[in-house]
Design a protein around this ligand. Structure first.
Ligand SMILES: Cc1cc2nc3c(=O)[nH]c(=O)nc-3n(C[C@H](O)[C@H](O)[C@H](O)COP(=O)(O)OP(=O)(O)OC[C@H]3O[C@@H](n4cnc5c(N)ncnc54)[C@H](O)[C@@H]3O)c2cc1C
Length: 348
């Protein structure tokens, strides 16, 4: 079977790795669009910019299953921990009041027993410095969570693929067809399956190929690197305000808020200064200390409603053309399990 994957970000690289590990007679080719991470498609890709927070808890039980399986695999594999530079910081997830968390917590407990506990606002304020929260919030505290470098993980996976004989082409794919085939500057190549894992470039590539982009959209993601007089902070998401963050070395933090910039071209993304100011002010109110902004990193990801990194056939793509994207700002935490499922489903 001949398979082409378009995109050498976290999604494309891990899917290729999974396929190469399934020990089937496969001819696998990966098109990266230049030097992965800084390809000739323009902007640095999402995997190069990502904050890489990984935890098991998600509000949606299906998403929690993917995240928990991924975290379990990461924690259980020395190679993956080294490849991804895993740092165990722990994590806290604060939900909106009266959010149902029992089913997701049960999923986490099944995969990673004893790793997560439910706490109230008092413990969130006392143990995690998360103050000023509305009454009735629930906190999920995870002990084995942390963050990875998606960039380092993708680079290690691509290195392993090259060593195992997978053809990695730096070419930029200019179009895909339902034959299925990829169009390159110097001609068309045919395969039994083509998977577009081009992240935020995916909707555009499908559109330029005359194909529907489904429910895929591009959204800006940005965070600000800050200094602040705090220690012992875990990676966190605070749903009520939207603030999220993680430690970034002693006295330094990566802090962000969801962006309202949608449907932009990846190359046109630039920092939203007002949002960066809001992040610093809000973090100051929640943690009760003053933060100083150092630098804002603006990037983007491919979103989908409902979200999730998953192999999906392209409508009108003849059955052999797929996308593997739509992680919606959360693919780093799901990629191990999602790529395993996608590889199995691709090979039937
Ligand atoms: C700022 C930021 C912070 C994040 N933080 C977290 C987090 O804390 N936790 C978490 O779980 N997730 C996080 N994410 C999300 C996660 O990192 C992304 O979902 C994931 O990295 C996306 O990987 P990807 O391979 O789909 O896309 P990308 O990394 O963008 O890769 C797409 C690749 O396709 C290539 N490409 C594009 N067009 C073509 C073409 N025509 N031909 C060939 N190649 C092409 C590009 O060069 C690129 O290398 C974050 C994302 C961002 C941007």
């Amino acid at each position: 079977m001949r398979i082409a994957i378009v995109g050498g970000g976290l999604a494309g690289a891990l899917l290729a790795l999974r396929l190469s590990q399934l020990h089937r007679p496969l001819k696998l080719e990966l098109f990266t669009g230049g030097d992965p991470g800084r390809g000739d498609v323009g902007q640095r890709d999402a995997s190069a910019a990502s904050g890489g927070m990984v935890r098991a808890f998600e509000r949606d039980p299906g998403a929690a299953a993917l995240a928990a399986e991924s975290l379990a695999e990461l924690r259980g594999s020395r190679r993956l921990r080294e490849w991804s530079r895993f740092r165990e910081s722990g994590a806290v997830y604060v939900t909106e009041p009266r959010t149902e968390v029992t089913r997701s917590l049960a999923v986490v407990e099944e995969v990673l027993p004893g790793s997560a506990e439910r706490v109230g606002a008092d413990r969130l304020a006392r143990d995690h410095r998360l103050g000023g929260l509305p009454p009735g919030v629930t906190g999920i505290v995870e002990h084995g969570a942390g963050y990875i470098s998606p960039d380092a993980l993708r680079t290690a996976a691509l290195g392993r693929l090259a060593d195992s004989g997978v053809q990695i082409h730096p070419d930029r794919v200019t179009g895909v067809t339902g034959d299925p085939a990829v169009r390159l500057r110097d001609g068309v190549r045919h395969y039994e399956a083509v998977v577009v894992a081009a992240g935020a470039w995916t909707p555009c590539l499908l559109c330029d190929s005359g194909l529907p982009s489904g429910r895929l959209r591009v959204r800006q993601i940005q965070y600000t690197l800050c200094r602040g007089p705090l220690d012992g902070v875990r990676a966190f998401v605070e749903e009520n305000s939207g603030l999220y963050g993680r430690p970034h070395g002693p006295g330094r933090f990566l802090l962000g808020l969801p962006s309202d910039r949608w449907d932009l071209a990846p190359d046109a993304v630039e920092p939203d200064r007002a949002l960066a100011d809001e992040v610093v002010a809000l973090a100051g109110r929640i943690f009760g200390v003053a933060f100083a902004a150092e630098r804002t990193v603006a990037s983007f990801d491919c979103y989908r409603d409902p979200p999730g990194l998953e192999l999906r056939p392209v409508e009108g793509g003849g059955g052999g053309l797929f996308t593997f994207t739509g992680g919606s700002g959360g693919a780093a935490k799901a990629v191990f399990a999602a790529s395993r499922r996608a590889a199995r489903s691709l090979l039937g």
